[in-house]
Design a protein around this ligand. Sequence first.
Ligand code: URA
Length: 204
Amino acid sequence: MSELTQLYDQIRVCTKCDLSKGRTHAVPGEGPENAEIMFIGEAPGFHEDREGRPFIGAAGKLLDELLGKIGMKREQVYIANVIKCRPPQNRDPLPVELDACKPYIEKQIELIQPKVVITISRFAMARWFPDAKISAIHGKPKKFGDLVVLPMYHPAAALHQPSLKSVLEQDFRRIPEILKEMANLKEEAPIKKEEPPQQLSLFG
Ligand code: URA
């Protein structure tokens, strides 16, 4: 059993916060253990809670569609959330819930070692860009040590606000180019866990 599978087992029985009391299933995340791209969303919704899988509702369908437009399939990428159990009525996660769940996503990043993390939620973005606004930084990759982080709008935002769909499509179209360019990038200062770095320019 891989360390990642062991982590999934731990997440499925986690009781570190009260969200565990209302869940049908915890949603650890899914995808290849050696994925180059890792998407990090917010938290499971109704359908994800039912099935124990991330992004399988309407937002997930849009994610699949956007991946398809750049010739990729969801099976090629890793998909996880910052929060592993559905908050009641899909409310924002509380600080105490974010703190309790944080070690899980940190461990997933450590084990998968993606080349690019694509944040598709405010709470994932805040891990690397604590004070930034998504409207200002979406689609702009930044390098932290060996990792490139690319913030994007949440697909659900594009479902509620159709004008954001083309923004999201344009940002997705940059993914292949970013993967290719990465080989030529200089390494920046490694990230310190306790002190999120300021934005560092990726393309100079
Ligand atoms: N929204 C998220 O952020 N994550 C999911 O898994 C589903 C919807």
